[in-house]
Design a protein around this ligand. Structure first.
Ligand SMILES: Nc1nc2c(c(=O)[nH]1)N[C@H]1C(S)=C(S)[C@@H](COP(=O)(O)O)O[C@H]1N2
Ligand SMILES: [Mo]
Length: 319
């Protein structure tokens, strides 16, 4: 099993204390190096680090590994190297430009072939009892990868609540449109809103995570606050961010990257090292923080949990 699950209710109360932070090495070294000269400025230094989520990573993550015994990427890799075109096309843009985005209050519209359509508040889905940490390997179509301790709940929870009818074959997801807070949406880089889709069995798969956090803390804006999708066996672009609508439909949704360039980005977008992207190989990947490239695994290492969903499909055609 690849899922590594731990509910907050399983965390011994001794672990949930105000001291439940570990001082990262960088800060330790910085403070040590600054030494007594820093004393006059000590209050400022403390204030800055207390509001900095990099300094608040809970201790339970310190020695956590992926199921394949890989180290987690540090918080900085996950939150400072992003794809989120709503905030710009460069990897550094989202962290730099997402500061004005307001992820709360947040409403998600559920519509289409369901018995319980409506506008749901974020709080209708999430609560202290249904959150899990899950360490997932992520693989971007651009051939970089990262190991992330996400926090969230199964997408199937939302689907079961919505009660889809027999006509619901796919779910179409949309990202919020707020050009005043999202500078990328003031350009025509992509057609807004960003759209993504899953087939119903993919959406119901236990690996598919509605994600609200990383390293046990709320998602930063650049990672898709307050709610985004994660399917670890698919290329990263399927993981739509800042979701405001879920439409249960009969036809295959026309997702953003498919519309943009269907030759390069298929609907299924399952990680497959044997099928090259038209402009580069998908056989290897660069893990953020490493120099030597790793071999990419079929379905990003999640074959056992997902391959039966694609039995009989031509995986070279459907990437
Ligand atoms: N709305 C929206 N969602 C998006 C994107 C985007 O540009 N806009 N980029 C996708 C791509 S290409 C990737 S690789 C992942 C990156 O997620 P991360 O920045 O949290 O690593 O988000 C995906 N979700
Ligand atoms: Mo990506």
């Amino acid at each position: 099993m690849i899922i590594r699950t731990r509910k907050p209710s399983d965390v011994p109360s001794s672990e949930i204390t105000p001291e439940d932070v570990y001082v990262n090495r960088r800060r330790f070294i910085r403070d040590a190096a600054v030494g007594t000269a820093a004393l006059a400025f000590a209050p400022n230094v403390l204030d800055a680090s207390e509001s900095d989520p990099r300094q608040q990573v809970p201790a339970r993550f310190q020695n956590m590994k992926s199921e394949l015994d890989e180290d987690l990427n540090p918080y900085e890799h996950i939150t400072e190297y992003n794809n989120f075109y709503e905030f710009g096309a460069q990897k550094e843009d989202p962290a730099r430009n997402a500061g004005d985005f307001r992820p709360r209050p947040w409403t998600v519209r559920i519509e289409g072939h369901v018995n319980k359509p409506g506008d749901y508040q974020l709080e209708d889905f999430i609560g202290p009892s249904n959150m899990e940490d899950r360490v997932y390997r992520m693989r971007c179509v651009e051939a970089w990868s990262v190991v992330v301790p996400w926090r969230g709940f199964p997408l199937s929870d939302v689907i079961n609540r919505a009660e889809p009818t027999g006509d619901a074959k796919y779910i179409e997801f949309k990202t919020v449109v707020r050009p005043s807070e999202m500078p990328g949406q003031r350009t025509r880089m992509l057609d807004w809103p960003y759209v993504e889709g899953l087939r119903m069995d993919e959406a119901m798969n236990p690996l598919t995570l509605m994600t609200t956090g990383v390293y046990g803390m709320d998602l930063p804006n650049q990672n898709g606050a307050p709610l985004r999708l994660i399917m670890p066996w698919k290329y990263g672009f399927k993981g739509i961010k800042s979701i405001v609508s879920m439409n249960f439909v009969e036809e295959m949704p026309r997702n953003t990257w498919w519309v943009q360039n269907r030759r390069e980005y298929g609907f299924y977008a399952n990680v497959n090292p044997e099928v090259d992207h038209p402009r580069w190989t998908q056989a290897r990947e660069r893990r953020l923080g490493e120099l030597r490239r790793r071999r990419t695994l079929m379905f990003n290492g999640y074959t056992e949990q997902v391959e039966s969903m694609y039995a009989g499909m031509d995986l070279t055609r459907w990437i």
